[in-house]
Every structure is written in C-alpha cells, then in structure tokens.
Design a protein around this ligand. Structure first.
Ligand SMILES: *Cc1c(COP(=O)(O)O)cnc(C)c1O
Length: 475
C-alpha cells in the first residue's frame, strides 16, 4: 500500500476507526487517571524509520489510536488542573471533526464563503457573550498569544502612525521604543508577542505596588504623562496564579485621559463577564482598543482556538493586509478575507467548533457552566481553609485557587522545596494533574477549574490525594 489514490473508495474507513474509539475513550475519561505513569514505554511505537512502503491508512490509524488513547495526557477529562487547560464540549469536538472533514481554506472568501460566514457569526456571538460592542472588528487566531500579536500589531500601527510612519511598510527603524505598560499580573505571552513584533519583550514596564503585582495607577499615570500618552497599556483580566485582575475601568480611564492604547488580556478571564458574581471584574473591557481571549480554555473548544477583537476594525486590515492587496474592505461587505485580518494566510476553519458549541449550549448553557466552576473553586477554597496543613494564599475570585501545603513543624525555608516535591509526586501519581507555580516567592499550587466536566467531587479528590501523598514526601 503506497499511493493514497488507491484508498479513494474507502476514505471513510480510518474515520470510522476514530469514531469507534471515541465512545470508549470519552466514556472512560471521568474515571481514568489524567495520565498513565507507564506511558513512556508506549511512545517507542511511534518511532522507527520512515517506511518506504506504507502500512495503509487503517493500520496506521489503528496504531496511532492504540498509542494515543493510552499514552496521551487525558487533559480533556475532569481533573487536569495544571496551567489553564480547557476540555472540549461534545458539540465543540464534533465541530472540530467537521472542520477536518470539510478541510476548508478559511483565509479567502472565494475559497470558502461557508467558513468566512461561520467566522463572522462566531465572532459576533462571542462579542455578545462577552459584552463587547458589536462594532468591534475581530479575527480567530490559533491562541491567545497570536491574539496578542494581532491586537498589539494594531496598537503598534497606530502608535507609529502618530510619528507619521507606516510601520507595515517601513518597519520600526528610526522610531523610538514603543512604551508598553502593565501591572505585575502580566502574562509571559504578552512579552512573547512584543518579542515577535520586534518591540522587544523586555521593553514592557510593570507598575506594581505590592509583591502580588497589583497595579500602581499613580506611577503608571506619571509614566504616561512623560511619554505624552504615546503608549500601550496592557490590562490583565484573570491572572494565572490567583485569578486576580487589574482594575480594568481605572486603566481605561488612564488610557482615555492620555490617549494611550488599551489592550486587555482576558485569555480565560473574559468569561467573568458571564456571571453576575464576577462581571464587575470585566467592567471596562468594552472600552478597550484590543481584547484577547482564548477558545481552548474556558470556552472548552479543542486546541487551537483564540480570538482577537479590535475596536477600530480598519486597523486589522491595515496591519495585516498584504502588499498590493486591496486592504480596506467595505464595512458591510460579507465577503471577508480573514487572512487579511490576522497573522495567518492559509488557515483552517477555526470557527466551526466555536459555532457548534455556542449553537448547542447558548448563552445560558455557558453561564451555567461558569457558575458551576465558580462554585467548585469556592468549594476548593473552603476545603483548603478547613485543612490545618493547607494554606490559602489569595482570595478565590474566579476559577483559580492558590494555596500551598504547610504542615505544622516545617520551617518557612523548607516549604518551597516541600511543595515542589509534592507537586512532582502529584503529577507522577496521575489521578489529579496539578503542578506548582511561583507566587510572591512561594512555591504554590494554583489549580485552574475550567473544564466543563469538572465538579466538586474532582477537587475533593485533589485535596485527598495531596494529603495522602504528603507524608511520604515530607519523609
Ligand atoms: C493561557 C494564557 C495566555 C496564552 O494563551 P495561549 O492560548 O496559550 O497562547 C495568555 N494570557 C493568559 C492570562 C493566559 O491564561
């Protein structure tokens, strides 16, 4: 078996294998560990020399499924709390399969009016979900990092324009450094975006008034005055260590007063807008110039999925329209070439899983899910507070609970090492997946609860497993 043409009449066969594997895999996710500690041995089955004569699609996909369903990290199950990892709702996953089935080139309208329209609708629904003005432009990206690149490229365009320079044509040479200001809550991906954009990741200045990174508004105000407001403010809605947020409305006031650009990183935090309990955290986002959010986190769409929204929609096409392209489409023109609005050229129909999941569950379904996660996070916070050997390190505001193991009789100087080793033991154990991070100099656990399957029982297990493993780690 070599030439794919020989399989044209049986092209659905390997897909049927995947569908057949899906039911037992998805059905077992709730019970199985997040990963199998013996998985590494299986990975060798992926290896070997490039075959001259192929196995044929059925044998190849059989092998892939056998290794994958055993050796993958089962992060779409209910107990993957490390970093901020979403799952995939049934509708989103099926939408994603549909994306592969239809294999649309979603960059050019002429290549797929279907994909373009789905993207336009998905972006409109997302703006509604988040309470962003309908007039905002938008584009789907592979991730929040690429959404930062998108929004900050627009910021850079407008900033350079203030010096009479078209940065897309001339580049940055001869311009001063673009001032970018944030609080201590800023995520590394913002720096990465600045690095990609040629602005330099270390040019970002943070203004913090305490070791938790909370913003020093007066110091930022003064710095803005010194650069005549020609600057970019990055506001953080939902930080990864504690779920804390900058006061977005205050930063919007600063941006307005100084004429600065306001970019909001709401990778997962944008979903605060869905609950009456947390919507105050997102207040002011509607005044931003650009907004980043992720689909593969709290929306529970499979990787890769991010969104960028930009107030002045013409800046998207100015920043990403290619040389020689007609780069200012009519505002009402439905025939949008999305490859002119973001960093990618050829791209998949990323809108389909988003469309499917929003169509399936609607605003109310998502609100219910977010409410459940807020309850689960609060419950975990209470369990931590009720445990004499655990210490809650920040108020539970959103979907993240920041705490550490702190048994009596262990000195402060040993706690970081003890928690780091407990984190390794927890990951090795595999029943619940949560590692450690650093917060205010402390090694901490900061499980993020954004998977649609997660319930209170899952975080109860986290506490049980931690306390079960701790004595051996303490030695
Ligand atoms: C995850 C995350 C990012 C980066 O998102 P990617 O989708 O991984 O690029 C940025 N900011 C925050 C607050 C995040 O949680």
């Amino acid at each position: 078996m070599s030439d794919p043409l020989d399989e044209r009449d049986v092209a659905g066969d390997p897909l049927a294998l995947v569908a057949g594997a899906a039911e037992p895999y998805l059905g077992g996710l709730a019970e199985r560990p997040v990963h199998d500690p013996a998985r590494d041995a299986l990975l060798d089955e992926l290896d070997g020399p490039l075959p001259a004569e192929g196995d044929g699609s059925v044998a190849a996909v059989e092998r892939l499924l056998r290794v994958g369903t055993a050796a993958a990290t089962h992060s779409s199950g209910p107990r993957c709390f490390h970093f901020v990892v979403g799952g995939s709702t049934p509708a989103a996953m099926a939408g994603d399969w549909t994306t592969s089935l239809l294999d649309q080139g979603a960059g050019l309208w002429v290549l797929s009016p279907f994909a373009a329209r789905a993207e336009t609708v998905a972006l409109r629904w997302l703006k509604e979900l988040f309470g962003l003005p309908a007039g905002f432009g938008g584009v789907l990206t592979p991730s929040a990092t690429l959404a930062h690149v998108t929004g900050l490229a627009c910021a850079r365009y407008r900033w350079a324009d203030g010096y009479g320079v078209d940065v897309t044509s001339r580049g940055l040479a001869g311009l001063p450094q673009m001032p970018v200001f944030s609080s201590g809550l800023v995520h590394v991906s913002t720096r990465k975006a600045l690095q990609i954009l040629g602005c330099g990741r270390d040019t970002l200045r943070t203004f913090a008034r305490d070791d938790a990174g909370r913003v020093d508004l007066d110091a930022m105000d003064a710095a803005l005055a010194r650069v005549d407001g020609r600057a970019v403010i990055v506001a953080n809605l939902g930080d990864v260590n504690t779920g804390d947020s900058d006061p977005i409305a205050d930063l919007a006031d600063l941006a307005e007063r100084h004429g600065a650009w306001l970019h909001v990183d709401g990778a997962f935090g944008m979903f605060a807008a869905l609950s009456p309990r947390t919507e105050h955290l997102a207040r002011g986002v509607e005044r931003a110039d650009s907004v980043t959010a992720d689909g593969h986190k709290w929306l529970n769409v499979p990787y890769e999925s991010g969104f960028s929204f930009v107030r002045d929609r013409s800046l998207l096409s100015r920043s990403f329209g290619a040389w020689g392209a007609a780069y200012l489409p009519d505002e009402d023109d439905e025939r949008i070439n999305y490859n002119m609005l973001g960093p990618e050229s050829s791209r998949r129909a990323r809108a389909l899983p988003i469309w499917a999941t929003l169509r399936a569950y609607g605003r109310d379904g998502y609100r219910e899910m977010v409410e459940r996660h807020l309850d689960v996070a609060r419950h975990l916070g209470e369990l931590v507070e009720a445990s004499p050997d655990l210490e809650l390190l920040a108020p539970v505001q959103l979907c993240i609970v920041c705490f550490r193991y702190r048994p009596e009789g262990v000195s402060e100087s040993r706690l970081n090492d003890l928690n780091a080793r407990l984190g390794e033991a927890l990951i090795a154990d595999g029943r619940v997946f949560a590692g450690t991070s650093t917060y205010r100099g402390m090694t901490v656990f900061r499980p993020a609860l954004v998977n649609w399957r997660t319930t209170k029982a899952d975080v109860e297990l986290l506490v049980d497993v931690l306390r079960e493993l701790a004595p051996a780690v303490r030695g």
